[in-house]
Write a protein that binds this ligand. Sequence first.
Ligand code: NAP
Length: 273
Amino acid sequence: MLMKGKKGVVLGIANKKSIAYGIAKSCKEQGADIAITYLNERFQKKLEPIAKELECEDRLYPCDVTNEKEIEDLKESLERDFGKIDFIVHSIAFAPKEGLSGRFVDISKDAFRVAMDISVYSLIEVTQKLKPILSENSSIVTLSYLGGVRYIPNYNLMGVAKAALEMSVKYLAEDLGKDGVRVNAISAGPIKTLAAAGIGDFSFMLKWNAAHSPLKRNVTIEDVGNSGMYLLSDLSKAVTGEIHYVDSGYNIMAMPAVVFDENGKPTIAWNGE
Ligand code: NAP
């Protein structure tokens, strides 16, 4: 039981397809006590069965990260329930649709602000407000994507947000290291979730990644969940400021393997299609 005795909060479960659900489940299986949050009343009902499964029906809290008061209230609730906490999972991102397809040059200032606020500043603000209740051996994990490091079609505005998120991880890690708080990100391969549905041509992205990753498959929320649990557990006690890829190795690829057709012409190795 790698998480026995550890208490923490998971932000970003929308449903059972969410990456945050994968991490919460893995932590629970390893003995952690969890609290989870929902965005608004519409999602509260949906999350009740999940809270029951994770044995945290009494620790299901509202937290829209654009609402400062809700983050402050979350801190009060966690302090009342747990005293100190040992981990935070930040699995939240949002960009207006206009930022996830079309021309990058057309992105509006409003869309930019919203994406940076919800997808980046929320990590800093949640950490800032929950810091007084973080134990001296605690761990924070957030979720990133390769599109924050290199060009990915349609990822556009979220790519810029993930770049800022990854640097926030590094600056937070340095700043909070002296308090015994570790901060890491998982850069996950593409997974079909609610958030991913907003990205243009996402189905093609899934096929491409499966075809061209060293492991020749897409990742699951269980894959990411177990790696997230590792980063929250004491197994990773000396790991901080890291961007840990859980993507079947796709990030190491610079060029897909080339195969030749029956006429000797080079074709891109494709997934059997
Ligand atoms: P998801 O299930 O849709 O989760 C995204 C979560 O963000 C939802 O729970 C959503 O809440 C929440 N959220 C959005 N705006 C919020 C706000 N203002 N306050 C609080 N919560 C808010 O999708 P996911 O794919 O698991 O995404 C989780 C993280 O993984 C994101 O950071 C995403 O960028 C990252 N990631 C995803 C992939 C992928 O391919 N799926 C790959 C790499 C990284 P509601 O649903 O209730 O609105």
